[in-house]
Design a protein around this ligand. Structure first.
Ligand SMILES: [Fe+2]
Ligand SMILES: [Fe+2]
Length: 354
């Protein structure tokens, strides 16, 4: 039974959507933690002394697919104790990356599912200061998403079908809960995909972007009516509740097999380029590019829609506002592409004439 379970992981991570999800999660993990290398390691169920590099990013990518003995060291300790540990140069990183000029500092976090430690996620940067508490926490967040992805793959789910059904069901749920949020999300999709194309996202990246744009505000399902429909500015406490929609939406999406990478994008859709956003205060390239695209398109669509308490801004005014905030709130490359697309005459639903 154990051998069979391990093979399921190998199958899922070497073919089709399962592999793709792990790969994207490894890449997001590197970006979010500002790492130069990182990877996902899964234990061999047949032999607890052997580990398998299931996915990697940066220089660690070359080791993907390799099996290696679990020698005494940081990785073994993390797996034995289920506690995060720092990596600092030397043998351990050379072992993980397969590169002697490898990164100088990083961290390793255990990955558990089905009530057992089953592997680890690690990330490392070269050179730079040691991984601080915040980076380790972010690594833990990505380890949770990755563990969910592998658990789903192990359960032999038909990932693509589940993902599609999940997207449809959740989009319908948003629509039912709040008509404005439903319509707004649909409006963000077409613009986001065009911006994604302009920024040369690859095909799987565009699929993830489309889902993330459609479901970016799915966490608002859990925001009480009094706050969600309040016709006016929110109080400090109401804002705290409202802001939960980003991490809560991500948690919800991670429960749908195949949507773990989309869950990562949704978590970060209110981060700001200058690092003053929420929930994790990521900055610049740390923020997944799809999250940056959703952020810009979300703001543009929100500004150009009529609301009960204010009229829509004109397209020109909204574009001016976006470029005023390029480089602080928004990624300037996203704002540029968006402005070009809107000016070229992409249909701007919801844009008021003034
Ligand atoms: Fe949002
Ligand atoms: Fe939104």
């Amino acid at each position: 039974v154990q051998a069979h379970r391990f093979n399921a992981v190998v199958d899922a991570s070497e073919s089709g959507y399962g592999a793709l999800v792990l790969d994207r999660l490894a890449r997001h993990t590197c970006g979010v933690t500002e790492a130069d290398a990182g990877g996902v390691i899964v234990l061999d169920r047949r032999d607890p002394e052997v580990a398998f590099a299931a996915a990697g990013c940066g220089i660690a990518i070359e080791r993907t697919g390799e099996r290696f003995p679990l020698e005494p060291g940081v990785l073994r300790d993390v797996i034995a104790t289920a506690r995060p540990k720092r990596l600092s140069g030397g043998v351990e990183l050379e072992r993980l990356t397969g590169d002697v000029r490898g990164p100088a500092s990083g961290a390793c976090v255990a990955m558990s599912w089905a009530d057992e430690v089953r592997g680890a996620v690690w990330a490392a940067a070269v050179p730079g200061p040691a991984f601080d508490e915040r980076r380790v926490e972010l690594l833990g967040e990505m380890a949770r998403l990755t563990a969910t992805a592998i658990e789903h793959a192990e359960n032999h789910q038909r990932l693509e079908a589940s993902a599609e059904t999940g997207v449809e069901a959740l989009a319908a749920a948003i629509e039912m809960r709040d008509g404005y949020t439903g319509e707004h999300s649909a409006d963000v999709v077409s613009l986001a995909v065009e911006v994604g194309r302009a920024l040369r996202l690859d095909a799987p990246g565009l699929v993830e972007l489309r889902c993330a744009a459609r479901l970016h505000d799915v966490g608002k399902i859990g925001v009480p009516d009094g706050i969600l429909r309040k016709p006016g500015p929110l109080t400090h406490d109401e804002w705290i509740t409202m802001r939960r929609h980003a991490p809560d939406g991500s948690t919800l999406l991670a429960r749908v097999p195949g949507l773990e990478a989309v869950a990562a994008i949704v978590r970060f859709h209110h981060e700001r380029w200058d690092g003053a956003g929420y929930p994790d205060r990521l900055a610049a390239a740390q923020i997944p590019v799809a999250s940056r695209i959703v952020a810009g398109c979300d703001a543009f669509r929100a500004m150009t829609a009529d609301r009960p308490y204010r009229r829509a801004m004109t397209t020109d005014d909204a574009l001016r506002e976006l470029s005023r905030c390029a480089g602080t709130q928004f990624d300037a490359a996203v704002v540029d592409a968006l402005a070009r697309i809107v000016r070229a005459g992409a249909p701007v639903r919801g844009a008021g004439a003034g």
